[in-house]
Design a protein around this ligand. Structure first.
Ligand SMILES: [Zn+2]
Length: 67
């Protein structure tokens, strides 16, 4: 087991999304090769993912300043 304390919370969250939230809640398709896209304006990071099968879009908005 390795724990990388140097990683930022945002990086860990992104890894969480990439690994745990690629199954579409609408149709159940697992986008195994996909990933969440991220955009930031400096204060918040918005992650979004579009299901390649049904087109459902999910998004998460994270406050950069939260620990
Ligand atoms: Zn879908």
């Amino acid at each position: 087991m390795t724990t990388e304390h140097s990683r930022s919370a945002l990086e860990r969250l992104r890894e969480y999304y990439d690994h745990e939230e690629l199954i579409c809640p609408e149709c159940g398709y697992e986008d195994a090769d996909g990933s969440w896209q991220s955009e930031t304006d400096g204060d918040v990071v918005e992650y979004h993912h579009e299901c390649p099968q049904c087109g459902a879009v999910r998004s998460h908005t994270l406050n950069v300043h939260e620990d």
